[in-house]
Design a protein around this ligand. Structure first.
Ligand code: SF4
Length: 302
């Protein structure tokens, strides 16, 4: 059944002049049919530079929206229409405007996990790969960091020269990891290295051996001599980790590390998306131009 879709997808991709981008948190079958698999940062760079007319974005809504902001002349499709990000919904443009009025001197750094409207209200975007660099790059001492409180506090620790004002948003998936789970798994695998995403709580971050974005975790896991590695980010990354490092043993830090929205896209959805050219992402032009400035500021940095 799946092969049937794969052949059809190949044909449709050619007919439509489409590229399939998939986030590392997608199910393995979707990662395997994608042209590019990566984290938010890598995928936004591809979206900005691709020559294809159609971008099929296997991820969540804000990612496809970022692709549309960066490539307005392309048709951007989100195969799973209702794949959203709860963290992105924790900050609204209106709420952010109120905060900006309270702290008029502050630079607004906005994690890409946010809506186009919120990006439009910000000075610069960041991803978990470049958040430290981005915060260091702004001229202002005071920085309003939205929406992820955990990533923001990680950055605050690394960039003590800035005064970071944190928004109270969080990733429902990464926040689920508890420090007790880290201690327990450490006991079970004492020789293993524990690699954790900064969207996890600070108490969990402190117990880890390495903190980094999804792509940094993948790179680090491949570079260290340890054979046993515990992964503290969404379980979709296990697919590429096992593929790239067949000699190593990977363990997921917590059974809660599954993002329900990232798991909504199936191979059949990708096929339907290409067949019917659904679900197209649109961003209102005025908002797009403002959001584009924030994304481009980020892309200039790294
Ligand atoms: S893993 Fe967290 S931040 Fe990423 S899409 Fe899911 S809920 Fe949003």
């Amino acid at each position: 059944m799946q092969n049937k879709y794969m052949d059809e997808i190949r044909k449709l991709k050619q007919e439509r002049d489409a590229i399939i981008l998939a986030h590392n948190y997608q199910v393995p079958e979707v990662q395997d049919i994608a042209d590019v698999v990566g984290d938010s940062y890598a995928l936004s760079k591809h979206a900005a530079n691709t020559d294809n007319k159609v971008i099929v974005f296997c991820g969540v809504h804000f990612m496809a929206e970022s692709a549309k902001i960066l490539s307005p002349d392309k048709t951007v499709l989100l195969p799973a229409k209702d794949a959203g990000c709860p963290m992105a919904e924790m900050v609204t443009a209106e709420g952010l405007r109120e905060m900006k009025a309270k702290y008029p001197e502050a630079a607004v750094v906005c994690y890409v996990n946010s809506s186009a409207e919120v990006k439009a209200e910000s000075d610069i975007c960041c991803t978990s790969s470049n958040a430290i660099k981005v915060v260091r790059s702004v001229k202002q001492k005071q920085v309003l960091f939205v929406p992820d409180e955990n990533l923001g506090s990680y950055v605050a620790e690394k960039v003590p020269e800035k005064e970071i004002l944190l928004w109270k948003g969080f990733c429902i998936t990464h926040k689920r990891v508890r420090p007790q789970e880290v201690m327990k798994i450490r006991e079970l695998h004492p020789a293993a290295k524990i690699l954790v995403h900064p969207e996890c709580q600070p108490e969990v971050q402190k117990l880890a051996d390495f903190l980094g974005s999804t792509s940094e975790i993948i790179k680090y896991a491949g570079s260290i001599p340890e054979k046993d590695i515990i992964i503290g980010t969404e379980e979709g990354v296990m697919h590429i980790l096992k593929k790239q490092n067949p000699e190593k043993n990977f363990y997921l830090l917590s059974t809660g590390l599954i993002c329900p929205n990232m798991k909504k896209t199936r191979v059949e959805d990708v096929y339907q998306s290409l067949l019917h050219m659904q679900h197209q992402i649109d961003v209102q032009e005025e908002t797009r131009l403002k959001a584009l400035r924030s994304l481009e500021e980020m892309l200039k940095i790294s």
